[in-house]
Design a protein. Structure first.
Length: 279
């Protein structure tokens, strides 16, 4: 059996004054030697310079493979080309190609005339103009804008055919969704490894934000944890980590290709999970 990849996602801070904290998070995560660390990218290209700097620090100072998220919804081909030059200059080897969320200040006219309609258009551009390893996103419970799970799988297969080599899922809290999705993806001819995106829920308030962003459903086991421990931050923190550990352990037992932890820039949470599942 091939080695299961364990990886993390971090995000650049919104304020320059908090920039050093992102480097501290990356440094702490490097202590558990993840297979790679991905760095998110703001809507419409906001904070893209921060993405480059943090991904470069991970790659060149910490010597951990880095992956830069790249969203295209608010970008022109020239914008993407310039950013790819920056990635190349800093020896960043992997790109996660995403359409991205529509920026709040983007008019209907701008949105409807954008140069990249879908992530697959970005994949085409990257294949034609760069030599990055291109990763893609996928959705065990369906993208919230998609007509059906079937159309999601068709888009996923299209991205693979265009050059995406590996996929990372949207967060999910019920592994049965993932196993069903993985089986249907295989039947569709998708052979690229699929990394399970895991979001540890360590506070009651976090679940509402996560659901509104992802559309993921909450299984009874997790809603019971929130009901029982949500009023007690310390107990909720422990129970949330325990839930994520059990979720990851089950995925490992069932042959997952990789686990990608959405750290929310909380290195202690990620370290506890990784040490528990690998011990």
């Amino acid at each position: 059996m091939s080695k299961v990849q364990i990886s993390m996602e971090i995000f650049p801070p919104k304020k320059d004054s908090e920039f050093s904290s992102a480097f501290r998070v990356a440094k702490e995560l490097s202590e558990i030697n993840p297979d790679f660390i991905s760095v998110t990218y703001g809507a419409g290209g906001s904070r893209s310079k921060s993405t480059v700097e943090i991904a470069s620090y991970i790659q060149n100072e910490l010597h951990i493979p880095s992956m830069a998220h790249l969203t295209c919804v608010g970008s022109t081909k020239d914008d993407i080309g310039r950013l790819c030059e920056e990635f190349k200059k800093h020896s960043i080897p992997h790109v996660l190609a995403l359409r991205g969320d529509r920026p709040k200040d983007m008019s209907d006219e701008q949105y409807n005339s954008r140069e990249f309609t879908y992530a697959s258009n970005l994949v085409d551009f990257l294949k034609a103009h760069t030599d990055f390893e291109i990763w893609g996103a996928c959705y065990p419970e369906k993208h919230f804008e998609s007509f059906s799970k079937e159309s999601d799988l068709m888009h996923m297969k299209e991205k693979q055919d265009k050059g995406v080599t590996q996929f990372i899922t949207q967060m999910f809290f019920d592994n049965d969704f993932f196993y069903d999705f993985r089986e249907k993806a295989a039947r569709k001819g998708i052979t690229a490894p699929i990394h399970a995106g895991i979001m540890p829920i360590t506070s009651a308030g976090q679940i509402g934000r996560s659901i509104s962003l992802s559309g993921s459903s909450v299984p009874k086991a997790l809603s019971d944890i929130i009901a029982n421990y949500g009023e007690n931050p310390e107990d909720m923190y422990k129970a949330g980590i325990d839930y994520a550990v059990r979720q990851c352990s089950d995925l490992l037992l069932n042959g997952v290709d990789g686990i990608h932890i959405y750290t929310m820039n909380k290195p202690d949470v990620a370290k506890q999970i990784v040490r528990s599942i690998l011990s």
